[in-house]
Design a protein around this ligand. Structure first.
Ligand code: B12
Ligand code: SF4
Ligand code: SF4
Length: 392
């Protein structure tokens, strides 16, 4: 049986929870109610109707449970929202100009935050459970709308790029949520401080914002490089530049970062070699080397083949002919995704070298790789006989 919690007790318990959250290393902890985001369901539906979620089918499958805390768990009364500062050491856009190197987004350079935040949330929840209250903790992967809940709790506001911005930490907070049956004291929401600014909208390399506060994930480099399983459409390849995992541009240009602070979490700082790894090294990664290099980081989630797909696009954009031998080797890769992007990369970097390999198209059985050979043949050079031989 849960202990009866009076209003005074609720205030005391809320204060104690916040103190415990700070002691555990969370940067911010604020509380809202389970009914706090009435607008979210309609906005989520509108995004799904527009198809903005692309092939993230899980968003649609979990729509009902995602749309409000009570739809996920009818008994929940209070929502405790947590933020963990992952403020970068240096400007995350600095490495975009280093074309022989890769840019990995800030959140993915260190230890996977899911593990870190989830562990701390469980520790934070323990005293509530001891009082007999039920508790559930979430970070990222559950059907929970973390940004609107964090805004309702007053951690910040959803900027025009849709990410939660904080007056104290800028754009660099990971979010986590604790749902509980305990009645806690709710904090006031934060208001929107974007004003007439639109820097995040204007910087986007792939024009992913159909309107302020709306993101078409299908055009976002974070989606294309992390979530999307297949071939990346040609229109996005050049704008991707050297971004091989995620993108920080819309976050990095936000003027509210002037109040941001470097993270004090050792585990969230860049793992050695991940700040700006050389493309030549990444192109040589086999499965085992990929797992070793990215062990414990979010990057491991894409798997080696999708990561290599992204790296080959960066190589194609590099203008660095010294990468040609590594890219040529990828033409014989067992993964069609890798072979296809190797064709594209060579068509950008060294069309003559690709022309000399055109016989490979004759042996190719994968339709998507063949499509890349045809695209290359159309756009530049390549002796097209082997490719034509495959035309039906
Ligand atoms: C799906 C997802 C993605 C998708 C889609 C992103 C998106 N904006 O929806 C992709 C793969 C593209 C993505 C990218 C990134 N993500 Co992400 N992602 C999520 C996830 C799992 C769900 C988000 C969601 O519910 N989207 C559905 C849409 C419909 O909801 P929404 O974004 O809140 O959209 C709102 C607006 O459209 C709004 N709206 C419409 N009109 C109006 C008008 C006004 C006035 C207002 C206020 C709002 C509004 O209504 C919607 C509901 O609130 C969350 C974790 C979680 N469970 O919440 C992490 C999360 C949002 N991601 C996160 C991060 C860090 C990123 C990246 C920065 C990673 C990177 N560096 O590459 C990028 C940023 C790209 C961007 N500009 O959003 C963090 C953000 C932390 C923060 N401070 O907000 C989260 C919260 C994960 C976490 N636990 O920390 N992500
Ligand atoms: S993360 Fe990059 S690609 Fe995605 S919306 Fe922001 S600027 Fe555009
Ligand atoms: S860049 Fe400007 S519009 Fe975008 S979130 Fe920051 S303040 Fe808002």
């Amino acid at each position: 049986m849960p202990t009866r919690i009076s209003e005074d007790d609720a205030a005391e318990l809320s204060r104690a929870l916040k103190k415990r959250a700070r002691d555990l290393g969370f940067s911010v902890c604020r509380i809202t109610t389970a009914e706090a985001i009435p607008a979210a369901a309609g906005r989520l539906r509108a995004a799904l109707d527009a198809g903005h979620h692309g092939d993230m089918a899980w968003m649609e499958e979990t729509e009902e449970r995602r749309s409000s805390p009570k739809a996920l768990w009818p008994e929940v009364r209070s929502v405790v929202m947590l933020g963990l500062n992952y403020g970068p050491e240096s400007d995350p856009m600095q490495t975009l100009g280093e074309r022989d190197r890769a840019t990995i987004s800030v959140y993915a350079r260190g230890r996977d935050y899911h593990d870190l935040v989830k562990g701390r949330l469980k520790t934070l929840a323990a005293p509530l459970a001891r009082l007999g209250e039920d508790v559930k903790v979430f970070v990222d992967t559950a059907p929970v709308m973390e940004k609107p809940l964090a805004a309702a709790a007053g951690i910040g506001w959803q900027g025009k790029h849709t990410i939660l911005v904080s007056r104290d930490f800028g754009n660099w907070l990971f979010l986590g949520a604790l749902y509980t049956t305990a009645p806690l004291q709710a904090d006031a929401p934060e208001r929107d401080h974007c004003g007439s600014c639109r820097r995040c909208l204007d910087i986007c390399p792939t024009d992913a914002f159909p309107a302020p506060y709306r993101l078409d994930a299908r055009r976002c480099i974070a989606y294309l490089t992390i979530e999307h399983q297949g071939v990346i459409a040609e229109e996005f390849r050049k704008p991707m530049g050297n971004r091989v995992y995620g993108c920080d541009d819309c976050l990095a240009v936000c003027p509210w970062n002037k109040f941001a602070q470097k993270t004090t979490e050792e585990k969230l700082t860049a793992k050695e070699g991940l700040e700006a790894p050389a493309l030549s090294d990444l192109l040589r990664l086999d499965d085992a080397a990929f797992r070793t290099l990215f062990a414990g980081t979010p990057v491991k989630r894409t798997g080696r083949d999708r990561f290599l797909r992204n790296v080959l696009i960066a190589a194609g954009n590099s203008g660095d002919e010294s990468l040609v031998p590594e890219v040529l080797a990828c033409l014989a890769d067992p993964a069609p995704l890798v072979r296809g992007m190797a064709v594209w990369a060579l068509s950008q970097l060294a069309p003559d070298a690709l022309a000399r390999e055109a016989h490979r198209a004759g042996d190719e059985s994968d339709d998507e790789v063949l499509a890349e050979w045809r695209l290359a043949a159309q756009s530049k050079f390549v002796v097209p006989s082997a490719i034509n031989a495959k035309r039906t």
